[in-house]
Design a binder for this molecule. Sequence first.
Ligand SMILES: Nc1ncnc2c1ncn2[C@@H]1O[C@H](COP(=O)(O)OP(=O)(O)O)[C@@H](O)[C@H]1O
Ligand SMILES: [Mg+2]
Length: 252
Amino acid sequence: MGSFMTTLTVPEKLKLIYEGKAKRLYETNQVDKVLIEFKDDLTAFNGKKHDVIASKGILNAAISAKLFTILEKNGIATHFIEQVDERTILAKRLKMIPLEVVCRNIAYGSLIKRVPLFKPGQKLNRPIIEFFLKNDELGDPFLSEEHIISLEIVREDELNEIKRITRRVNDVLKDFLARVGITLVDFKLEYGWDLNGDLILGDELTGDTMRLWDSKTGRILDKDLYRKGEPLSEVLKAYKECYRRIVLEEVP
Ligand SMILES: Nc1ncnc2c1ncn2[C@@H]1O[C@H](COP(=O)(O)OP(=O)(O)O)[C@@H](O)[C@H]1O
Ligand SMILES: [Mg+2]
């Protein structure tokens, strides 16, 4: 995978701040920066299903780095600074907002269960943005905008800004992915505040957090393969295909 050209001195990795289901976060000797290491672990159903797929973290680090770079080029503020090794990115340290911001272009997954009027695979005439509380113990419950404002998770103007940026992210990612033969079905974003109080897109952009379908065949190229119980070798194949298309931009 070659060397990583770093344009700056990489801050020193200090202690582990947080170990999640898919990543490890390390504090650095620069208070405003974190190192985010992508693990090979894959989980589903709120952690109830768990496996390890060797090299998944490497594929996901590169896919995330590439997509964050594209968003930055399109004027969207993200936490991404640079990739420092094959499974680690350097990022702005954020105070995370405990929301999972979901944006959907095609009806699928939990939307169908919640609103059975939508049919799986139905193209939505305008993207739908939904919010869930990021809280594993509570099972990431759905939140309406009124709930979020009432709970003072963010203010109304901040929520509107989150929606505005999310639509921009969707437009940019949808266009790029279409060029490499991938349909962006839906995805989950997490936002946070940097030290200046600016709203920044954080976390990851990978097959763990996006539904990606082959534009021509409809083949699933994301974590849904794992949810559906496909062999791990098939899941890895799909993640490698995403890497080929997104990182290497090999159009099928
Ligand atoms: N730039 C950032 N600064 C601080 N925290 C972040 C940043 N980006 C993501 N995070 C948080 O780090 C954690 C990432 O690890 P992950 O394995 O995805 O955790 P989880 O299992 O909680 O989703 C998440 O809790 C996420 O909200
Ligand atoms: Mg996560």
